[in-house]
Design a protein around this ligand. Structure first.
Ligand SMILES: *Cc1c(COP(=O)(O)O)cnc(C)c1O
Length: 362
C-alpha cells in the first residue's frame, strides 16, 4: 500500500531551480545579503503586503531575534496550543511564558488575556495556529491599554489575507516560517515582517553578529542569515505558490464532501473575510465512534500518517513546566481530540478517499 504522509514538501521543477542557482557559480556570492536574498525580500514584501521583511535562516531564530531586538524583559502572554518553538523562543530569551487558554478557533482567547497581565508583562505572543487568524482588534485594545507589544507567530499563515491586508501587517511584528513542511518553503527559512524601521534595522544587525562596519560591532548578535541557495528556492517557489494554495483548497473541499456531515467529527471552519492558505486539515474527534487516538492508529495500520498536532499542549512538557504552567483546560481538551489529516498540494482525490474510507468504514 502506498504511503501517505501528513505533508509533502513542494519543490519547483528541477530545471527551474538549476537555472536560478547557475549564476552563483559566476558570482561566488553564497550568503551575506546576496542578490537572491535581496530580490526575495522585495518580492515577499509584495506578496505578503507588508512594509518590510527580514529574512532568516529559519523561523525559530527569527522569533528569538525579534524578542531580542525588542529588548523584552519579564513576562510574555502566549498560547500553549502551538509548536514547541513558540514557547522555546520565549524561555531561551530569558522571558517567562504566561499561558493563556485558547478559544473555539484554537487561537488565544482574547477574553482571558487581560486577567493575566501583571506589571511584569511586556508582550503578547499569539499564534495564528493552522492559519486561523487571532482577534487582532481585541488583542490590540489590551496592548494599548497596558503598553504591551504584540508579536505574532505567523508560521502557519503565509499568504493569508484579511480583506486586502496581509496577515504580516498585524501587530508590532510577525514571524513566518519557510521550513520544508510549510505552505511556502525555502528548504529551511523564515522572516520577520514589521513596519517599525528601527526594529528592522536591529533585526538586520542581530542576524549578522551585530556588525555595523569593518571595525564596529553595535549589538550582541548571532548568526541567523539566509543563504543564496535557500533564497533561490524561495524565488522559484514563490512563482508557484498561488497554484499550490488552489490545489490545497481542492483537497480541503474533498475532505468536506466525505466528512462534512458526520456526527462527532468537526472540520476546520472558514473565518469570515479571511482568505485562507489551507495549510493544515485539523479535525476534532469528539463523540465519534472512534477516539482521536484510535483514528490515528487505524490510519497508521493502512500506511497513512496523520499527526497529533498539537499534542501535548506545550505547557504539559516537563521541560516547560519548570518555568511556568498556567491552567489552560480548553487547550488540553482540544489537544487530546485533534488530528491533522494529510494535507498538501499534490494530494489526489483518490488519496483523500483512501484516508476517509479508513476513518468512516472501520
Ligand atoms: C514551524 C513553526 C515554527 C518554527 O519555524 P522553523 O522555521 O521550523 O524554525 C514556529 N512556530 C510554529 C507555530 C511553527 O509551526
Amino acid at each position: 500500500m502506498e504511503r501517505i504522509n501528513v505533508t509533502q514538501s513542494q519543490m519547483p521543477p528541477f530545471d527551474e531551480y538549476i537555472n536560478e542557482i547557475k549564476e552563483l557559480w559566476e558570482t561566488k556570492w553564497l550568503t551575506n545579503n546576496g542578490a537572491k536574498h535581496q530580490t526575495l525580500e522585495k518580492k515577499l514584501c509584495e506578496y505578503l503586503r507588508t512594509d518590510s521583511a527580514a529574512l532568516f535562516t529559519n523561523g525559530h531564530l527569527a522569533l528569538e531575534a525579534v524578542l531580542d531586538s525588542c529588548d523584552f524583559q519579564g513576562e510574555v502572554i502566549t498560547t500553549p496550543f502551538t509548536f514547541i518553538s513558540t514557547t522555546h523562543a520565549i524561555i531561551r530569551r530569558g522571558l517567562k511564558p504566561v499561558f493563556c487558554d485558547i478559544g473555539e478557533d484554537f487561537t488565544i482567547d482574547v477574553d482571558k488575556v487581560e486577567n493575566l497581565v501583571t506589571e511584569k508583562t511586556c508582550a503578547i505572543l499569539p499564534v495564528h495556529v493552522y492559519g486561523n487568524i487571532c482577534d487582532d482588534k481585541g488583542l490590540s485594545k489590551i496592548a494599548v491599554k497596558y503598553g504591551l507589544k504584540i508579536i505574532y507567530d505567523a508560521a502557519h499563515a503565509f499568504g493569508v489575507q484579511i480583506g486586502t491586508k496581509g496577515v504580516g501587517s498585524l501587530g508590532h511584528a510577525s514571524m513566518f516560517s519557510f521550513h520544508a513542511t510549510k505552505v511556502f518553503n525555502t528548504i529551511e527559512g523564515g522572516a520577520i515582517t514589521t513596519s517599525d524601521a528601527e526594529l528592522l534595522k536591529r533585526l538586520n544587525l542581530i542576524r549578522n553578529f551585530g556588525i555595523t562596519g569593518q571595525e564596529s560591532v553595535e549589538y550582541i548578535g548571532g548568526n541567523a542569515k539566509m543563504n543564496e541557495f535557500q533564497a533561490a528556492m524561495g524565488l522559484c517557489n514563490l512563482r508557484h505558490i498561488d497554484e499550490w494554495i488552489k490545489m490545497r483548497k481542492n483537497v480541503s473541499e474533498w475532505y468536506r464532501e466525505r466528512l462534512g456531515e458526520i456526527k462527532g467529527v468537526s472540520l476546520p471552519e472558514e473565518q469570515e473575510g479571511i482568505k485562507s492558505n489551507f495549510a493544515y486539515y485539523p479535525v476534532v474527534f469528539d463523540g465519534y465512534k472512534h477516539t482521536r487516538d484510535s483514528v490515528f492508529d487505524l490510519l497508521e495500520k493502512e500506511n497513512i500518517y496523520a499527526r497529533k498536532y498539537f499534542y501535548p499542549a506545550t505547557n504539559d512538557f516537563e521541560c516547560v513546566k519548570v518555568y511556568s504552567c498556567g491552567k489552560t483546560p480548553y487547550a488540553k481538551y482540544v489537544s487530546e481530540r485533534i488530528l491533522t489529516l494529510p494535507m498538501h498540494a499534490e494530494l489526489t482525490k483518490q488519496q483523500v478517499d483512501r484516508v476517509c474510507d479508513v476513518i468512516l468504514e472501520n
